[in-house]
Write a protein that binds this ligand. Structure first.
Ligand code: SF4
Length: 485
């Protein structure tokens, strides 16, 4: 496969992207159908509300306990994996992670990497980095393979090609894969993709995967998948590289079962996935298969910023199920590409500011009606609306204001005129006398209310003060009541 272009959607252009996405009837139709399907599947997977509540509480407790001990658990994970024969690497940012991964591939003079699903590899733009250095990286998850073939980014963290119709995929395969007849038959399309990918596993110098849970007590990397491609990537090539964010570590093996159940049921309504891989190290003497080298790359890339703040740390509880996206009235209408980030939807709105800085993501925390659906379905009870409010506050906080844990890009959306207006509003609301004067002035001068009121009048009628103040209305009603009695 030739080098794929990286399609970047600058997150600062979020509003324009969202507006454009809303005019795309085909996208709206595909998303609506897919999201309704996923929501129904999740609902059916949790028929007992009490069991769900107990499981969510357990999931939250596990994630919070593990995060509270994150530094020591990471050290324990490294120690156990090293004892198992694996090699652990630490990456402060995307560039360092890419350099480490390329270094491992280059040490074998490798030219081909086959990849299982890994959102972290999307986050660091690994394919692009490797392609620039003459290394072909092929996605083997069918959805990822489709978007790679189309030169796009995933639009959903669980279902990367959910925006594509059967016809889109049929056309794509016909146009991009040599000697492929046009067919809309789903089974045939899957067979075509499989045929191409089987060969890639055999040719690959290195297999790369993500990690769902990294168990500190045993040094075990757990990988959840349905297609078997994850197992092929991690066992067929001689070298396996796993790449993950530092937050994925859990303390004990027994922590995995409830999180796994929450993950698969919340994501796609399945009690379990077809494959659950547990990787503890390279092939041992006498074993007939498995990689000869296993590497784990642990990526920070802004996560320690979230970790250092007690409230924002909850962001790192995420187990990447995608349920918040499926239930978000914004995501379900505009899809993932409009966000311009690796992680779209509510989880993207709360994690991206740490990964990319508020200066690049300042509009994202405002892409929410704060209806609360995301927080209600989150299997590990992340209070997403609270996080969104906090990030909005941080993007409005003046850049020079000193706080205990400043966020990168603090004050990116700060607006002196708006702050002055809110300060004036606070003073009016805090003083009964000022409030009355303000009310009188607003009602008497109502005909001068502007017809265009910033973003509000793009979709609403202009706001006009009432003809009388509340005090006047109450006084009139009281006078009428006394007249009647
Ligand atoms: S924030 Fe919660 S609902 Fe959203 S992807 Fe993460 S775990 Fe799932």
């Amino acid at each position: 496969m030739s080098e794929q272009p990286v399609t970047l959607y600058p997150s600062r252009a979020f509003k324009d992207n969202a507006r454009l996405a809303l005019t795309d009837a085909k996208l709206r139709h595909s998303l609506r159908g897919a999201m309704d399907f996923l929501m129904a599947k999740r609902l059916a997977a949790f028929p007992d509300a009490d069991e769900l509540a107990a499981l969510r509480a357990l999931g939250e407790a596990i994630r919070q306990r593990c995060l509270s001990r994150l530094p020591e658990l990471l050290e324990q994970l490294e120690e156990k994996l090293t004892a198992n024969g694996a090699q652990v690497h630490w990456a402060a940012d995307a560039d360092e992670a890419n350099r480490i991964i390329h270094g491992i591939v280059a040490a074998r003079s490798g030219k081909r990497v086959v990849k299982g699903k890994s959102m972290v590899s999307e986050e660091i733009e690994l394919n692009h980095y490797l392609a620039e250095r003459g290394v072909e990286a092929v996605e083997s998850d069918m959805g990822e393979y489709i978007v790679q073939l189309a030169g796009e980014k995933p639009t959903h963290i669980i279902m990367p090609a959910i925006h594509k119709t059967r016809q889109d995929i049929a056309r794509l395969f016909h146009e991009r894969l040599p000697d492929t007849a046009y067919t809309e038959d789903v089974d045939t399309l899957i067979q075509i993709g499989r045929r191409v990918l089987r060969q890639k596993y055999l040719e690959a110098d290195v297999g790369l995967s993500g990690v769902n849970f990294a168990v500190a007590e045993t040094g075990t990397l757990c990988l959840v998948e349905n297609e078997g491609n994850g197992r092929m990537c991690t066992t067929v090539p001689d070298v396996h590289i796993a790449v993950t964010g530092i937050e994925k570590v859990v303390e004990k093996l027994e922590d995995v079962a409830p999180l796994y159940s929450l993950l698969t049921r919340s994501a796609i309504g399945q009690p379990i996935t077809t494959y659950f891989n547990m990787i503890s190290g390279p092939r041992k003497p006498g074993e007939k298969d498995g990689p000869r080298q296993v590497h784990l790359v642990l990526l920070d890339n802004g996560r320690s910023q979230a970790y250092s703040d007690a409230q924002l740390r909850k962001t790192l509880q995420c187990i990447r199920c995608g349920a918040c996206m499926n239930h978000c009235p914004v995501y379900t209408r505009i899809g993932g590409h409009a966000y311009g980030t690796t992680y779209p939807g509510p989880i993207g709105e709360i994690i991206s500011p740490h990964l990319m800085g508020l200066e690049n993501t300042r509009d994202l925390p405002t892409a929410s009606s704060l209806c609360g659906a995301c927080g209600e379905v989150c299997p590990v009870k992340i209070p997403i609306p609270e996080m969104l409010m906090r990030l909005r506050e941080e993007s409005q906080r003046p850049a020079g204001e000193r706080v205990a844990h400043p966020l990168r890009g603090q004050g990116a959306a700060a607006n002196a005129a708006e702050r002055a207006a809110w300060r004036g509003w606070r003073q009016v609301m805090a003083s009964p006398l000022l409030y009355r004067w303000f009310g009188l002035a607003a009602t008497r001068l109502r005909r001068f209310a502007p017809k265009r009121q910033l973003g509000w009048t793009q979709n609403h009628a202009p706001l006009t003060p009432a003809a009388k103040t509340l005090h006047e209305l109450v006084r009139e009603r009281e006078a009428a009541r006394q007249e009647r009695s």
